[in-house]
Design a protein around this ligand. Structure first.
Ligand SMILES: O=C(O)CCC(=O)N[C@@H](CCC(=O)O)C(=O)O
Ligand SMILES: [Zn+2]
Length: 345
């Protein structure tokens, strides 16, 4: 029997096990790999890994890597599953403690962004809001928060969280990362270098605290966290995984505890945008003037009307602004899009 089968059952790997246990909590399982690496399958899509006792952790860090917080964003799920398969097949050794998460197994199984509520709006305790009471996603957000807290309290040193997504719209900047807002901080140079290594050449600074998974891990756990957008949404089996080689290689390098590559003199700088306005669906009179099929980072000239309702009209300010994540099909009070502008350092 292979290690994969020992952990996940006959003919299964982590992804197929997660899909098969989507409807019910899976029982906990602990396995020690041949090299002494500890593996604890805590629940469906929730996997804790620990290098053998005494093993060096050369980068002195702990990693949370999540995908599938939106169930139809399949490429990062496939990337994470492949990395785990390599590890379980003995192709390389783990150097740092790691919590791997497939966020919303039910939505993954259904091929949907979410089942009842957008999981990536329910963190930081938002799952306790009465409107989400007893929804599957509220329970899942609670469970993921508790698992991350337990991991962080065991491994607080240099905790990093990469929450991997793909976007609904095409994007003029294919790969970009969002940095959750915490007053007074800036992105450490080592994180910028990692993003560039992973093929992510655009950074978007959030302008206020949110209820995303990455916001939770930054605010509550003190992690360096990013929501990382890696391309466009496609169903399982329809992704061009060649477009995900850089993120896969960069994550594997971190998991193995190898030093970062020398960025070299010719390294491209990262392009930084900042959020200037969050567009919310204000209700019946809300009118959104961005067409449904517009690409992320499409820029609008000063003065362009972006949205209006009976009391407000939002126009682009003195500098051009871009639209990110335009989506009018969201509940009242939820985000319809972000307006962003270039950050001049
Ligand atoms: O393409 C879209 O409209 C959404 C892609 C996506 O899921 N993005 C994340 C971004 C989280 C953040 O704002 O930091 C989300 O909407 O949850
Ligand atoms: Zn997403």
């Amino acid at each position: 029997m292979t290690v994969r089968e020992l952990v996940f059952g006959r003919g299964r790997d982590w992804l197929s096990h997660t899909l098969s246990t989507a409807e019910h909590a899976s029982s906990e399982k602990v396995v020690v790999l041949g090299d002494g690496t500890g593996l604890q399958l805590q629940d469906s899509g929730l996997l804790y890994l620990e290098p053998p006792t005494g093993c060096a952790n050369p980068n002195n860090e702990s990693l949370i890597v999540s995908a599938g917080i939106h169930g139809n964003e399949t490429a990062p799920i496939e990337v994470l599953n492949s990395l785990l398969n390599e590890l379980l097949d003995g192709q390389w050794r783990l150097a740092c403690p790691m919590l791997l998460i497939l966020g919303n197994p039910q939505a993954m199984d259904a091929g949907k962004r979410f089942i009842e509520a957008n999981l990536n709006r329910l963190f930081g305790g938002a799952h306790r809001n009465p409107e989400y009471r007893e929804l599957a996603e509220a329970e899942r957000a609670w469970k993921l928060e508790r698992a991350c807290e337990a991991f962080a309290s065991k491994h607080p040193a240099n905790l990093c969280h990469y929450d991997l997504h793909t976007a609904i719209r095409p994007s003029l900047r294919e790969k970009f990362a969002l940095y959750p807002f915490i007053e007074g901080r800036d992105v450490p140079r080592a994180q910028v270098d990692f993003l560039l290594e992973a093929g992510v050449d655009t950074l978007l600074m959030q302008h206020r605290e949110g209820t995303t998974f990455a916001s939770f891990s930054s605010t509550a756990l003190g992690a360096e966290s990013f929501t990382v957008e890696l391309g466009k949404v496609h169903p399982f089996g329809h992704n061009d995984l060649g477009r995900f080689t850089a993120i896969s290689n960069a994550l594997r390098r971190r998991m193995k505890g190898e030093p970062p590559p020398d960025p070299g003199k010719a390294a491209k700088p990262i392009t930084v945008f900042e959020v200037v306005h969050e567009i919310l669906n204000t209700g019946d009179s809300f009118r959104f003037h961005v067409p449904d099929d517009v690409a992320n980072f499409t820029m609008y000239d000063p003065g362009t009307v972006i949205w209006e309702d009976d009391t407000t009209c939002y126009r682009v300010g003195d500098e051009p602004e871009g639209i990110v994540f335009p989506n009018r099909h969201v509940p009242v009070g939820h985000r319809v899009g972000l307006m962003v502008k270039h950050r001049h350092r």
